[in-house]
Design a protein around this ligand. Structure first.
Ligand SMILES: [Zn+2]
Length: 283
């Protein structure tokens, strides 16, 4: 039976948008939003979300560079890695990081090259094996990674993919050093991009995104729940460009104009606000 109660505050859920899995199966899904705290949830929640990741297009698990769109994606990725590292180094002097949901370990590998000590957690077996070539990487159930203490615990576009995001965060916070920071990046369904593209907004990414977060939830409810303070948050404009180009493609079908039109709309929407933000929490 479907859960129609908020996972966080138990208030009733209201239907918010009907969308579908544009990337892999084309199956329809709905997003419901809590009437009280604003936490969004994808319904129905598939029991085994694994089959929804089996796509040539799922770029975070791919290293293909055989067309110009993907080449640009990887070039931009390198720049964002540099920016992300600079951000972390602004808040901590220690260099021990837990990269929860590290994928194939691209960012972790970059960090090890910069003198960081990286521990990864990744559910997908192929991605995990790839990451293990460069730093220790565990299955989420292995739990040995919780026996260490970290300066940074990072969930970069990962929280929305978890079945139990709140419990997972609480557990992870128990292995944060007293001076450590929790860093979370998520897309925002209350963004101008989501309003503009509505059902076609690529940030829904159902059913891979099981939960959806508002800015208020990330600034207020989540830190209260974790007994942390939200120290800072930063707009992720590049993520918004990527989402806009993809949304344009979902709406109009794949064609030559996806990139220029998406980039133009992305710039216009960015003037009104950002599509995703990164949050830094500390005690
Ligand atoms: Zn709620």
């Amino acid at each position: 039976m479907e859960e129609r109660q908020c996972l966080f505050c138990k208030s009733p859920l209201n239907p918010y948008v009907k969308t579908k899995d544009f990337m892999v199966t084309k199956e329809p899904f709905e997003v419901y939003v809590c009437s009280s705290c604003g936490l969004g949830v994808t319904l129905p929640q598939p029991k085994d979300v694994g089959k929804y990741y089996r796509s040539e297009e799922y770029l975070s698990h791919q290293e293909r560079r055989d067309n110009w769109f993907q080449r640009i994606y990887h070039w931009v990725q390198h720049y964002t890695f540099w920016k992300r590292r600079r951000l972390l180094e602004r808040f901590v002097s220690g260099r021990h990081i837990l990269d929860y949901g590290c994928g194939r370990g691209a960012f972790g590998t970059y960090l090890t090259q910069q003198g960081w000590h990286v521990v990864g957690v990744e559910l997908d077996e192929n991605a995990r094996k790839q990451a293990q070539k460069n730093f220790p990487t565990f299955h989420p159930e292995e739990k040995t990674y919780l026996q260490k203490a970290y300066d940074v615990i990072l969930l970069w576009h990962v929280l929305e993919h978890l079945y139990t995001p709140l419990e997972t965060l609480r557990q992870l916070c128990s292995c944060l050093k007293p001076s450590g920071v929790l860093v979370i990046a998520v897309p925002h369904y209350d963004s101008p991009h989501a309003r503009y593209f509505n059902t076609f907004w690529a940030g829904w990414d159902v059913p891979r995104h099981l939960f959806h977060f508002s800015k208020t939830f990330m600034k207020k409810q989540l830190p209260e729940y974790l007994k942390l303070r939200c120290r800072a948050y930063y707009p992720l404009y590049i993520d918004g460009f990527y989402t806009t180009i993809l949304s344009e493609r979902y709406q109009k079908g794949a064609n030559f104009w996806n990139l220029p039109l998406g980039a133009l709309k992305g710039a216009f929407l960015a003037l009104q606000g950002c599509d995703a933000q990164c949050y830094v929490y500390a005690s």
